[in-house]
Design a protein around this ligand. Structure first.
Ligand SMILES: [Zn+2]
Length: 304
């Protein structure tokens, strides 16, 4: 059988190898000055004597380069082609060899690997729901009884469910941090009879992977400050009192995943205020949360 010529996918190469990678390959990075997405310095193509230290310019975001003196420029393939004095296809083969790109499948970039990891976590987390509850009663007396205002009901999409999976309960939409609807919590409107629980969740729903209301806070909060409370209604009450950066654990103790969500959101100098009930469950949840977060963020604790 006739041996096929080696396959070169320019698209593949350009996706997997950056201009930074190429310049590093030639040990040129050190000599260039970085300004945001731009690298500036001597042109390695025409300026062997370092005559003009700013003629060569690289855009690391677009992975393109240009020399204002000699007029050369292009993408990574063009660069290698000029440096090696070869055709583009040959430049592609060289890049493939240098960076170990064997086929379109393997040798994922660091970014792709990070995304894979994120995907893996997401796979364990809750899947977005494929439906939305309709015909909820937004005027149910229980909501008024709890002092929940109309705009709060509207903002959070609360309503009494007359039929369907949450029949006889107040439906509370729960979103993940990306704002995707992942569950409805069902609150019994009032004190539930003994055989019923105050809240029900979908059977496969993992509370420990969600921080309630983080999606809204993320859209509004510029200060990187969170108020962590125990339950939904604490969030609603504070929200309508003008405190928009409140999130809730939904009645669990702080899980590893929730801790990560909080830390990722707050970043290095983040601040968090914990507000927990002074009953036994509240004390326990509060104490655990403090222990987990104390070394990582600024904490303030308020007991009700
Ligand atoms: Zn040049």
């Amino acid at each position: 059988m006739k041996k096929k010529a080696e396959w070169v996918s320019f698209k593949d190469i350009k996706e997997k190898v950056s201009i930074d990678d190429i310049l590093s390959h030639y040990n040129l990075i050190e000599g260039l000055k970085r300004k945001g997405n731009e690298l500036i310095g001597y042109c390695p193509i025409h300026d062997k004597n370092h005559f003009n230290k700013s003629s060569f310019s690289v855009n690391t975001k677009k992975n393109i380069w240009h020399c204002f003196s000699c007029g050369a420029g292009g993408n990574i393939l063009d660069f290698v082609s000029v440096m090696e004095n070869v055709e583009i296809r040959q430049a592609g083969l060289l890049i493939k060899k240098w960076f170990g790109i064997d086929s379109q499948e393997d040798k994922k970039t660091a970014k792709e690997k990070r995304e894979d990891k994120k995907k893996e976590v997401n796979e364990k987390a809750n899947k977005p729901l494929t439906f939305k509850l309709k015909n909820l009663d937004y005027d149910h007396p229980y909501l008024k009884e709890r002092g929940i205002k109309k705009e709060t009901i509207k903002e959070f999409g609360l309503g009494y469910c007359k039929r369907g999976i949450l029949k006889g309960r107040i439906a509370i939409p729960v979103h993940n941090e990306e704002g995707e609807l992942v569950a409805y919590a069902g609150r019994y409107p009032g004190d539930p009879p003994e055989e019923e629980s105050k809240y029900i969740f979908p059977p496969n729903f993992k509370k420990s992977y969600v921080i309630f209301n983080l999606n809204r806070v993320r859209d509004n909060d510029k200060e990187k400050e969170l108020i962590l409370v125990e339950g939904f209604f604490d969030v609603f009450n504070l929200w309508q009192a003008g405190v928009k950066n409140t999130v809730a654990l939904m009645g669990t103790s702080l899980s590893k995943e929730q801790e990560e969500l909080i830390l990722r959101y707050l970043g290095k100098d983040g601040r968090i205020t914990l507000i927990f009930d002074s009953d036994e469950a509240g004390e326990k949840a509060g104490k655990e949360a403090i222990e987990k977060l104390i070394e990582k963020v600024y904490i303030k604790v308020i007991r009700l």
